[in-house]
Design a protein around this ligand. Structure first.
Ligand code: SF4
Ligand code: SF4
Length: 124
C-alpha cells in the first residue's frame, strides 16, 4: 500500500555542511526527553548524551562528519533547526574549533547578512 503520509520538511544538512556549518549542532548539549531511550547503550547520567574530549557528541563520526545513529537520533536532534540559532551565523562567518570559543565569541552578524540552510522535503 502506498504511503499517504505528507512529506516532512527537514533541514538539508548536506547543504549546511557545504556552507561550512561544521555540524556545530553536534557540539551542543543533547538531552533525551523523559522516557526516551538512548540511540545505543544504557541511559546516560541525567539523560545527557555524552560528549567526547573534542566536545563532539559520542555518536558523531569525525572522519565522515556524520551522525552514526542518524535514523535513531534523539528527538531533540530531529527537531533542532539551526536556522533559528544565532550561533550558526557565527560559525558560518567566523569558524570555530571549540564550543567554548563559539559561545564566547563576540561576533555579531547583521540580520541582512544572515545565511540560511535550505530545507528539503522527504517522503514526497
Ligand atoms: S542541523 Fe544545521 S548545523 Fe547541524 S548538521 Fe544540519 S545544517 Fe549543520
Ligand atoms: S545524536 Fe547524532 S545528530 Fe544528535 S548530536 Fe549526536 S551526532 Fe549529532
Amino acid at each position: 500500500m502506498a504511503d499517504s503520509s505528507p512529506p516532512e520538511v527537514v533541514l538539508d544538512c548536506e547543504a549546511g555542511r557545504r556552507m561550512g556549518c561544521a555540524s556545530f549542532c553536534c557540539r551542543l548539549l543533547v538531552r533525551l526527553a523523559p522516557g526516551e531511550k538512548p540511540p545505543t547503550g544504557k541511559l546516560p547520567a541525567e539523560r545527557f548524551v555524552p560528549k567526547r574530549d573534542d566536545g563532539l557528541c559520542e555518536h558523531f563520526d569525525a572522519a565522515s562528519g556524520r551522525c552514526l545513529v542518524w535514523h535513531k537520533r534523539p528527538e531533540i536532534c530531529r527537531k533542532y533547526d539551526c536556522n533559528e540559532h544565532e550561533l550558526l551565523q557565527v560559525v558560518l562567518r567566523e569558524g570555530f574549533t571549540t564550543l567554548s570559543a563559539l559561545v564566547t565569541s563576540q561576533a555579531r552578524i547583521p540580520a541582512e547578512c544572515r545565511r540560511f540552510v535550505p530545507y528539503i522535503k522527504t517522503g514526497a
